[in-house]
Design a protein around this ligand. Structure first.
Ligand SMILES: [Ca+2]
Ligand SMILES: [Ca+2]
Length: 316
């Protein structure tokens, strides 16, 4: 060993230095928790799309506390795309319509569905508030062509982003959803919530044109909050609260009785990401977009904590 030529040692040393230099940013990132500490205890489900389950690369691990792994529907592992939304992210999830001209259910989307409720989503059973947030980037024409009608050029009336299903959902009906949907004939970025399973929903719509809020080719950090006790909802973009308005008059969440009010005491039937029906029975409201670091929390985050998470993800 003592007689090993110096040249080799130097080469090995140079290689080691090179490796260290090359590895440094990645290593720095791996020590950097991508979740703001104030969010952790409410972060029921969290998907960064860098963690396939050990058994199946077409499933994504939940990095939140609930352990609710999701399916990458119709596209499987190919849906993980080398386009991280933010510092420390390498891959995101591509969702999209595959065959606009065919009545079928082959759209790329993600989620989980349990016909009698998903037990791991108990954090959203009788919940007082919910936050849905994450990174989104539009990558194609939205809304998609309506593949369920004979007309060749009509489009769906909505673009699904991400949400928690209600306790009696068919795969479409939600408890808390971030999406783009027509309000009085005009598409808008909205938070859509339903407190009581099977009852009416309320929608809070952003005033600003959705195309400026979610422009093609640009990553944006969107958040929606749902306070089932007070009826308040809010939308945020890149950590800033958006102006908006409620679209339903009256009391769709039935909050007139004594509180505190909570959602129905049922386990959600699942999570939908990028289009409805995570059980893959029908194509509806597919989104041609990429998504990253999706978070589902069993509380209403205030603006400070939403901004803190945004800043953490974008700091250099
Ligand atoms: Ca990622
Ligand atoms: Ca059609």
């Amino acid at each position: 060993m003592l007689t090993r030529p110096r040249r080799h040692t130097a080469t090995a040393l140079a290689a080691a230095v090179l490796t260290t230099l090359t590895m440094a940013p990645a290593e720095a990132r791996s020590h950097h928790d991508p979740v703001h500490p104030s969010l952790r205890k409410h972060l029921a489900a969290y998907y960064d799309f860098e963690h396939p389950t050990h058994a199946n690369p077409a499933k994504e691990q939940d990095r939140g506390f609930s352990g609710t792994d999701i399916d990458l529907v119709n596209g499987g592992a190919d849906m993980r795309t080398r386009d991280g939304a933010h510092q420390g992210s390498r891959t995101s999830l591509q969702v999209r319509q595959v065959n606009p001209g065919t009545a079928g259910n082959d759209d790329w989307k993600a989620g989980v569905f349990g016909p009698s409720g998903v037990p791991t989503l108990r954090a959203f059973n009788a919940v007082e508030g919910v936050t849905v947030m994450g990174w989104f980037k539009a990558t194609g024409p939205n809304p998609a062509l309506n593949s369920n009608t004979a007309a060749p050029d009509d489009r769906f009336g909505a673009v699904g982003l991400a949400g928690v299903l209600s306790g009696n959902s068919d795969g479409h009906a939600v408890r808390a959803l971030l999406e783009i949907i027509e309000v009085n004939g005009e598409l808008r970025l909205v938070a859509l919530g339903r407190r009581v399973d099977g009852a009416a929903s309320q929608t809070f719509a952003a005033s600003q044109d959705w195309r400026t809020l979610l422009p093609d080719g640009e990553w944006v950090f969107l958040a929606a909050t749902f306070d089932f006790d007070t009826g308040a909802m809010a939308l945020y973009r890149d950590g800033r609260r958006l102006d908006g308005f409620y679209t339903v008059t009256g009391d769709p969440w039935d909050l007139s009785g004594p509180g505190p009010h909570r959602s129905s005491p049922t386990d959600p039937r699942g999570i939908k990401i990028g289009g409805s029906f995570p059980q893959n029975t029908l194509e509806r409201n597919p989104c041609d977009c990429r998504m990253d670091s999706l978070m589902f929390l069993n509380t209403v985050l205030d603006g400070k904590r939403i901004q803190a998470q945004y800043r953490l993800a974008t700091r250099r």
